[in-house]
Design a protein around this ligand. Structure first.
Ligand code: SF4
Length: 405
């Protein structure tokens, strides 16, 4: 079933979609200005089987380093624009793919519409021969008027009618009650709408060299949204991933459930397994991706029924160049060890590596930690409980957890 019927999209030396093999992707976590280490990681990931490697670029120094990294590696490179859509023209000469998050477009120059910003990104991609990824994340959605209108508003009438017919015939085939609309958080529906709106808009600009991703840290949400997107827009390549899957072995298990389920249905053209591992183990993301692809080929897939969501759940980001304190990965491991006694309690604790995504993506967890350079912020839901040193944070977290027992 691997190899979907999507259209082909060229990303450097690889092609996704159109029945081509599923490409694996990973992200470098060294500082981008550390050119030697970044090139070494890019090459190690490529040699392990990564078709695409992402690098973080936040500063002018990062951009200058990217220019040098491009010269020294054969990896197909991708960069994420984060909150700065104007970064596209700075990085485009050196990369093969640019990812933007529709939920971040409103941050810079809010007086300019998201459509104008996407026009600009598309124009840059054309000029520099780059592919694009519309990367929607359920944890960072745009405001309602920023591309996340209700589903029916985001989809042209003929597509919606087509969707309704196919949807009516498909529920029994694609997941029974676990897939039912009533189980799905409204943010996930908004994420789907956002992806559809941006895909439609890009095509209205006569630009088709793009793929779409709809990610969440919730396996059910990722499966639901990608099934729905594939049902509606089976021609657009999908990049699959579960964000903040966490540490092995739990992160591997959650990723397998999501990715094996979707890939076995012919959904997905490129895959990112996100694991919280130190930089010198980053190739494990590729190795797990290869394991997943081989399981799908052999028909030995895990499904949602193999995952137990009603137990203690740690979500943690895979780390990247933006991590401000290298103790982040060790902290995530410490949290897991210290909370083993809670394993039967249905709670979610988020551990995030930096201020870029940490504050927003801990909002939906029962307790959230996000790391700064010298301290760690502790939240309960959206409320900040305080900021603690790296030595204080685990005992403080345990005190907070006692209240849930
Ligand atoms: S939360 Fe920060 S450190 Fe972690 S992957 Fe996202 S951007 Fe990188």
């Amino acid at each position: 079933m691997i190899g979907s019927k999507t259209r082909e999209v060229v990303i450097g030396t690889v092609v996704i979609g159109g029945g081509h093999p599923v490409q694996l992707q990973s992200m470098v976590a060294t500082k981008t200005v550390d050119i030697v280490s970044t090139v070494e990681t890019c090459q190690r990931l490529t040699d392990s089987g990564a078709g695409i490697v992402r690098v973080a670029v936040d500063t002018q120094h990062d951009a200058e380093a990217l220019c040098e990294i491009r010269k020294r590696t054969t990896a197909n490179l991708s960069v994420d624009l984060q909150e700065n859509y104007r970064l596209a023209e700075v990085v485009a000469p050196y990369v093969d793919k640019i990812r933007y998050n529709p939920g971040h477009l409103h941050h810079a120059e809010p007086e300019i519409s998201w459509q104008k910003k996407v026009e600009r990104i598309v124009e840059v991609a054309r000029r520099y021969d780059c592919a694009l990824r519309i990367g929607v994340n359920c944890g960072s959605l745009a405001p309602l008027d920023g591309g996340n209108k209700l589903f029916s508003d985001a989809v042209p009438g003929d597509l919606l009618a087509n969707y309704s017919n196919r949807h009516a015939n498909s529920d029994s085939d694609i997941g029974g009650d676990i897939d039912s609309e009533s189980n799905i958080d409204s943010n996930v529906k908004k994420a789907l709408s956002s992806a559809l709106s941006h895909a439609n808009f890009m095509e209205s600009l006569d630009f088709r060299r793009f793929c779409v991703s709809i990610k969440s840290s919730d396996p059910l949400a990722v499966i639901w949204a990608n099934r729905r997107f594939a049902l509606l827009r089976g021609d657009i390549p999908l990049h699959l991933g579960l964000t903040e899957a966490g540490m092995p072995p739990e992160g591997v298990m959650k990723s397998r459930v999501v990715l094996e389920t979707l890939l076995s249905e012919g959904i997905g053209d490129t895959v990112r397994v996100s694991l919280t591992v130190p930089n010198d183990r980053k190739q494990e993301e590729i190795e797990v991706g290869q394991l997943i692809l081989s399981h799908v080929r052999e028909g030995r897939i895990l499904t949602l029924s193999d995952w137990l969501p009603d137990c203690f759940n740690i979500i943690s980001c895979p780390s990247c160049a933006r991590v401000e304190n290298e103790r982040f990965v060790a902290l995530a491991q410490q949290v897991r060890e210290a909370t083993r006694f809670m394993r039967d309690i249905p709670l979610t604790v988020a551990v995030m590596g930096c201020r870029v995504n940490g504050p927003g993506e801990t909002d939906h967890a029962d307790l959230g930690l996000w790391c700064g350079a010298k301290s760690v912020n502790l939240k309960r839901g959206t409320r900040l409980l305080g900021t603690f040193s790296y030595d204080e944070i685990v005992p403080r977290l345990l005190r907070e957890l006692e209240q849930f027992r």
